[in-house]
Design a binder for this molecule. Sequence first.
Ligand SMILES: [Zn+2]
Length: 110
Amino acid sequence: MQEFFQNGAVFLWAALAVLTFIIGRKQGAVGYLLSVFFIFMAVWYGLRTFGGLPVFDGAMSYVFRGILLVFLIVIIAVWYRGRKKQAELDAALKAHAENCGCKDCRDRRA
Ligand SMILES: [Zn+2]
C-alpha cells in the first residue's frame, strides 16, 4: 500500500506538470515555471520510487530544499512582476475617458 502512494506521488506531480503547462499556454511565464517545478518534483520523487535513491536524506535533502526555495523565490518574483505590469496597464487605461479620442483609445474601440 505504501508503494502505491509512493508511485502515486510521482504521477500526481507529473499530472500537475501537464496541467500547469496547459495553464502556462494561457497564463504565460508563471504557468510554465510551475510546470517546470512539478516536472522537477516528479523526477525527484521518481528517483526515490523507481531508482531507490535516498533523495530525502542527508545532503540530498538539503539540495532538495535549496531547489524548492529557489523555485519559490523565482515564481513569486515573476508572478509579482506580471501583476505590477498588469496594474500599470490598468492604470494607464483608466486615465482615458470613455469617449477619449486619442489614437490608442480609437484603436481599442475599433
Ligand atoms: Zn485615450
